[in-house]
Design a protein around this ligand. Structure first.
Ligand code: COA
Length: 381
């Protein structure tokens, strides 16, 4: 068979839909509407676990003992501090660039300051993962406070990791409902099978590259509006629709124009995204408390209208946008908050990829021309 015959017989799976690119023990996305982290249903974890327990679970494929959990908490707390040079660069970042752009650059920059750069054992990579997981919320909080001309906040040892993140970002202690919402938000966003950013991280790790490079790839991928960037666009839509009476017309116009409604649809789930039901309840509770009930009611109407007209459900980004909004997070930081949690899943997958140690290198079907005659520059018209 000639090279061109082999090429023409190649089957292209556009967007790699339905292709299993690796085996994993980290998480399972059930198309019928369930999500498992290392075998535990997300519904149980979100109601019973802490974010730190989930970090341990994803990195170790088992839940921690009390001693192990205490150790992890201390490690996370002691690794939250940023290197001085990273702090300076965040201060110098262009005030108009997107937070995800700063995060992408500074994750890469953090790699320069790793205290054990030549250590590549599993244990060293696990320590490196914890270092990155610990620093990302500090980085995002510091960026926000610098941009808002506010002083940086030092985390408190007695606070949980999620609570400290919100505290460092907003500069005021969270109430009980906010604490619970932040903890749950972080648990629900920690991992999600072979999503696009995780795939990007695994591709980078598959070349034998380092953890910082893999997380940098993932951050760049999460930023896109078909992935983590969707929640910011959800908020934009909620502002564009002035009142609940405009919802029907707005959605119909979007569908007539073949535009995607942000925060709806999913590559894998064929029924409701299992994270949505939790985020919807959190959004409702926070919005009632915050007097932002009008925006919540508008969201419910959008959900019903999109389902009626298109038969699709909200994904994680739809109600997450409302939760972020109710917690007082500005829209341009929504994707960065997502990254602060998903970094746990990324690093867990990178560690798993290192064990598999295979280069991820698919092929493509060439549809261009063959045998073209080269024309020297001087003869080209
Ligand atoms: N708005 C309107 N229609 C949508 C839609 C959306 N958000 N998501 C999917 N659809 C439609 C598709 O156009 C398709 O319609 P058709 O059969 O009439 O052509 C049908 O639903 C099935 O979609 P599918 O092809 O299975 O989706 P996908 O796997 O190609 O895309 C997403 C998945 C996530 C990229 C897509 O749903 C999307 O762009 N959503 C908005 C962005 C978003 O919220 N991203 C966050 C994902 S967690």
């Amino acid at each position: 068979m000639s090279m061109t015959d082999e090429n023409s017989e190649r089957i292209v799976i556009r967007g790699l839909r339905g292709i299993a690119a690796a085996t994993t023990q980290i998480s399972f996305v059930d198309p019928l509407g369930a999500l498992y982290y290392s075998g535990y249903n997300i519904d149980d974890l979100v109601n019973q676990a802490t974010y730190e327990e989930v970090v341990f679970l994803l990195l170790n494929n088992r839940l921690p003992t009390q001693t192990e959990l205490n150790d992890l908490k201390s490690q996370l707390y002691s690794e939250m501090k940023l290197p001085k040079k990273v702090v300076e660069r965040i201060r110098d970042a262009s005030p108009t660039c997107h937070p995800m752009e700063v995060l992408r650059t500074e994750i890469s920059h953090l790699g320069e300051f790793d205290p054990e750069p030549d250590e590549t054992s599993d244990e060293a990579n696990k320590r490196r993962a914890i270092r990155i997981i610990a620093k990302v919320p500090t980085l995002i909080s510091f960026l926000y406070r610098t941009r808002s001309n506010l002083d940086a906040i030092t985390p408190l040892k007695e606070y949980s990791f999620a609570e400290n993140f919100l505290y460092m970002f907003r500069g005021k202690p969270a109430d009980q409902q906010e604490k619970s919402a932040m903890e749950r938000y972080m648990i629900l966003h920690a991992d999600h099978g072979m999503n696009a950013s995780t795939f990007a991280a695994r591709v980078t790790a598959g070349t034998g590259s380092d953890l910082y490079s893999a997380v940098t790839s993932a951050v760049g991928t999460l930023k896109g509006s078909f992935h983590g960037g969707a929640s910011e666009r959800v908020m934009a839509m909620l502002y564009e629709i002035n009142s609940i009476d405009e919802v029907e017309h707005y959605i119909q116009t979007m569908l007539d124009d073949n535009k995607k409604i942000m925060g709806f649809g999913h590559r894998v789930y064929r029924s409701e995204d299992p994270r949505s039901k939790h985020l919807r309840v959190m959004a409702e509770n926070l919005c009632h408390q915050r007097d932002t009930i009008a925006i919540y009611n508008k969201s419910k109407k959008i959900e019903a209208t999109v389902h009626d007209k298109k038969g699709i459900f909200p994904n994680v980004d739809f109600y997450a946008a409302l939760v972020m909004h109710a917690l007082g997070v500005p829209r341009e930081f929504f994707t960065a908050f997502f990254a602060c949690s998903r970094v746990t899943g990324w690093t867990a997958h990178v560690l798993e990829q290192y064990v598999d140690a295979v280069l991820i290198r698919p092929t493509s079907k060439y549809t261009g021309e063959f045998g073209r005659k080269f024309v020297p520059l001087s003869e080209r018209t």
